[in-house]
Design a protein around this ligand. Sequence first.
Ligand code: SAM
Length: 269
Amino acid sequence: MTQAMRGRTDQDYEKFIADILQMTGLDLSNYKEKQMRRRINGLMDLLGIQSYAEYVQVLKNDPAKYDQFVKRLTINVSEFFRNPERWQVLETRFIPMLLAEKPDLRLWSAGCSNGPEPYSLAILMLELAPQGNHQILATDVDKVVLAQAQQGEYTIQQLRHVSPPRLAKYFTPLGNDRYAVKPEVKRLIKFRRHNLLTDPFEKDLDLILCRNVVIYFTEEAKHILYQKFFAALRPGGMLMVGGTEPLLRYKEYGFIALDTAFYQRPEGR
Ligand SMILES: C[S@@+](CC[C@H](N)C(=O)[O-])C[C@H]1O[C@@H](n2cnc3c(N)ncnc32)[C@H](O)[C@@H]1O
């Protein structure tokens, strides 16, 4: 059957994007089209749905299918201290640098998935400056993963980079190789739903982590995002990205490159 017969032409996809935007506020035109379409088509095939028009109706009427759709678009694999050598640099160099300027830090894990990233950050803050009144904001567009993040329960696989002393100190064993984050770690974090492509950003942040989130964003969407991150940081504040996601145009935004994956908004700018 041709794409036209199935109701999956380029025009059908454009209409689908417009319908989804109107329905959910999620703007699929900011995501790379080929990858997105492959994922969406895969989901539709799985559900036995032919046309994009039919799929919009299903998404409107079936919240479970809608949640499945968001999940599929945004892949949310995560683990504690992901890429441990970058976390080592954050722990030994950059958080101490920020703490030398301010005792209480405002940190943002943008695209936090089910929580390992903000919890890893909270553990570092408890160890490096336990007296501080730090705030960690953790956001994601997907409310299903945010609910899991708030729950704070993980398999040993997601905890493989957590050292045994940290595991003993900050987690409660639940049995069956599952662990729950302790309340004193949770206390530092506020979880909130937030779409990086459309929602307003906070101001005066000391550190933003945005790692493994932008891989399906178009160049244009990334360009806008990095300018907004720059504006959201205080002068002297830092941005940490994924190890394989360097900001090619960092100078254009005003950043200084500090180390692999770390950028700084210079003092006085
Ligand atoms: C692979 S996870 C990354 C989790 C964590 N940062 C890490 O590195 O382990 C990507 C997350 O980005 C989120 N995401 C995708 N598009 C987003 C958007 N427009 N706004 C906010 N979060 C988004 C997804 O829901 C997903 O949870």
